[in-house]
Write a protein that binds this ligand. Structure first.
Ligand SMILES: Nc1ncnc2c1ncn2[C@@H]1O[C@H](COP(=O)(O)OP(=O)(O)OP(=O)(O)O)[C@@H](O)[C@H]1O
Length: 587
């Protein structure tokens, strides 16, 4: 998942251009151009076929109509067109043409729907993939400031909404093409009919436009509210235990209640706007139609057959334009998902971890900090740190809470770039080393360790198939996790949500086994044995020390525990971000 962004992937600004505001062009960066063009072409062809269905009824009406109808301008044009392609004026032949055309249209529609549905699924899947990829490759400091729920919302409902928006844009394209065909046929029949149809459509669209605006606004509100709720829910569920223990969860339920009521209100308004739009289209059309029929029959004295065909055309055209407006409403209701996911992707990509280093790390001799300084938002955390860590030694980092111990480790992991000084690994600047390769040499147990809702084995291998059962067994032994043998399912025991089916000390040992599984050259332990009883801690220290002495493992242990400090080759003491005293490594 470390691949750079493919060139075809969209930049945020490009999609907000004028062209990007046209619904079906909005997806140009998401779907390969050729495929997008093919889908659009199929939609257009199927819609043309659908549009010409109505035109094919006209010759039939003319042939079946009375003499007055045959003598009208409309019929002359149609019958003349039939003569030019040598189609006899026979009702049976014409009926056959209508049926054949309808079947062809049906087949085209099915094929097109299939292609559009596949692309809808692809749009959602691709957005999810890009988002996951961007998140995984973002720098550590980015995660620190992000509510997790934001990404849950983007990966779930919002990515699905983006697919729905694509579907709506294609439907809209289809209805628009049909509208153009119907209008052209109407113009062929009579220019007055085409003008009247446009007039009726304009009345309908402008009357109902405000419901479109409501849909758009409500969709935006829903999206923002859902993000807040999901973010809060994720936080609450992660930290529910102390809240329940102190009976302080009620306040959160009240907050959810307020947000959920607000969401309910936006959904109600959106559903109303959508359905009222649909419901009002027909009465508006009926009123205009009644007026048109009255004028045609009584004032213009047009033949009845011709008025029927014209009414049919007008109804079809206006309905298709109305449907196109409904699809635009659907697009607005869902495009927020697209915008939100694209924004999340673009933002995470802007925070992508720099991969500038090209050097291959070795770690055979020494890690050196030379005048390393680091600040958070201008607040100095590490100041002029100078130290050497020889390979094959055990080094403890100690100091009061907030002294900068974890930050020191984070800088060594390449999570933060020092603002002054440099770190050298076997004489090579860390800033020039390939960070992916560097971290693959490291085993790391963090202070706030998290196990996944998986088996013990899966928590150790993290899904990598290269590890064997023997590897898992070896790492469990080294981590002092003998308790796994007592479990009915052994390493196949599921550890529960964030490892809650295990004790704190058991979780720490699984996390240590995970860190040892790939036989790292550098093991970093951040308070990794804080939850263990003294006997278990001593046993783990002995195991780690054996790896140091026998296999040349380098260990940095952030700790306050005397058991670690007593056996360390070097103790680094931090106070207020400065090195207090460093004891040289024991020979
Ligand atoms: N992401 C952050 N943004 C801003 N300040 C931070 C951030 N992370 C840590 N700090 C600050 O940096 C200082 C050092 O934190 P650090 O976690 O390195 O201390 P520590 O010595 O490991 O403490 P402890 O022993 O309590 O874990 C603290 O004052 C902390 O508030």
């Amino acid at each position: 998942m470390t691949s750079p962004r493919p060139a075809s992937q969209p930049a945020r600004a490009a999609d907000r251009s004028l062209l990007g505001r046209i619904p079906f062009l909005r997806f140009s960066g998401l779907i390969p151009t050729r495929r997008a063009a093919l889908v659009a072409l199929c939609v257009i062809v199927a819609s043309l076929a659908d549009g010409f269905g109505i035109a094919s009824l006209l010759p039939l009406m003319s042939v079946l109509g009375d003499d007055a109808a045959k003598a009208s301008g409309m019929s002359k044009i149609i019958l003349g067109a039939l003569d030019s392609v040598h189609i006899p004026h026979d009702p049976v032949v014409l009926l056959g043409l209508v049926v054949g055309g309808t079947i062809l249209k049906g087949v085209l529609m099915v094929l097109t729907t299939r292609m559009v549905s596949t692309t809808v699924a692809e749009v959602s899947a691709k957005l999810r993939l890009w988002l996951v990829d961007a998140l995984i490759n973002a720098r550590w400091s980015y995660y620190v400031h992000q509510p997790v729920g934001r990404f849950s919302a983007a990966l779930g409902a919002e990515a699905t909404g983006a697919g729905e928006a694509y579907m709506a844009s294609m439907q809209m394209l289809s209805q628009s093409v049909q509208a153009v065909v119907y209008l052209s046929v109407a113009a062929l029949v009579s220019w007055q009919l085409a003008v009247f149809t446009l007039l009726v459509s304009a009345i309908m669209l402008s009357t109902l436009a405000r419901f479109l605006t409501i849909s758009k606004a409500m969709a935006r509100n829903q999206s923002a509210l859902l993000r807040v709720i999901l973010g809060r829910l994720t936080d609450v569920l992660i930290g529910i235990k102390p809240m329940k223990a102190m009976s302080r969860q009620a306040r959160f339920a009240q907050l959810f209640d307020r947000d959920l009521k607000e969401i309910k209100r936006t959904y109600r308004r959106q559903a109303f706007a959508k359905n009222v739009n649909k419901a009002l289209q027909e009465p508006i059309l009926a009123l205009c139609l009644a007026a048109g029929i009255f004028v045609s029959l009584t004032v213009l004295k047009m033949p009845v057959a011709e008025v029927i065909v014209m009414c049919l055309l007008l109804i079809k055209t206006v309905m298709v334009i109305g449907k196109s407006q409904q699809e635009l409403q659907n697009f607005y209701a869902n495009q927020n998902g697209l915008i939100t996911v694209e924004d999340a992707i673009a933002e995470a990509r802007e925070q992508a971890e720099s991969q500038r280093g090209r050097l291959t790390p070795t770690l055979d001799r020494q890690i050196a900090f030379e005048g390393v300084g680091f600040s958070y938002d201008g607040k100095p955390i590490l100041q002029s740190i100078d130290l050497q860590i020889e390979t094959g030694t055990l080094v403890s980092v100690t100091g009061s809470s907030g002294a900068g111990k974890t930050t020191l480790v984070d800088v060594l992991l390449g999570f933060h770039q020092p603002q002054s000084g440099r770190i050298l690994v076997d004489g090579q600047p860390l800033s020039e080393i390939d960070l992916i390769q560097w971290r693959s040499l490291i085993g790391y147990v963090p202070q706030e360790l998290i196990l996944f809702h998986e088996t013990i084995a899966a928590n150790m291998t993290l899904g990598e198939p290269r590890f064997t059962e023997a590897d898992i067994e070896r790492a469990l032994r080294a981590a002092g996790a003998d308790f796994v043998d007592q479990l009915a399912e052994g390493a196949n025991t599921v550890v529960g949500e964030r490892g809650s089916a295990l004790s704190g000390g058991q979780r720490q040992r699984i996390a240590l086994a995970r860190a040892l599984l790939h036989q790292p050259k550098l093991l970093i332990l951040d308070e990794a044995t804080s939850a263990l009883d003294p006997q278990t801690e001593e046993m783990i220290i002995a195991n780690v020390l054996r790896l140091v002495r026998e296999q040349g493992l380098t260990v940095i242990s952030v700790t306050h525990h005397p058991a670690w400090l007593g056996v360390s080759d070097q103790v680094i003491r931090l106070s207020g971000g400065r090195l207090q005293a460093a004891q040289p490594a024991v020979a």
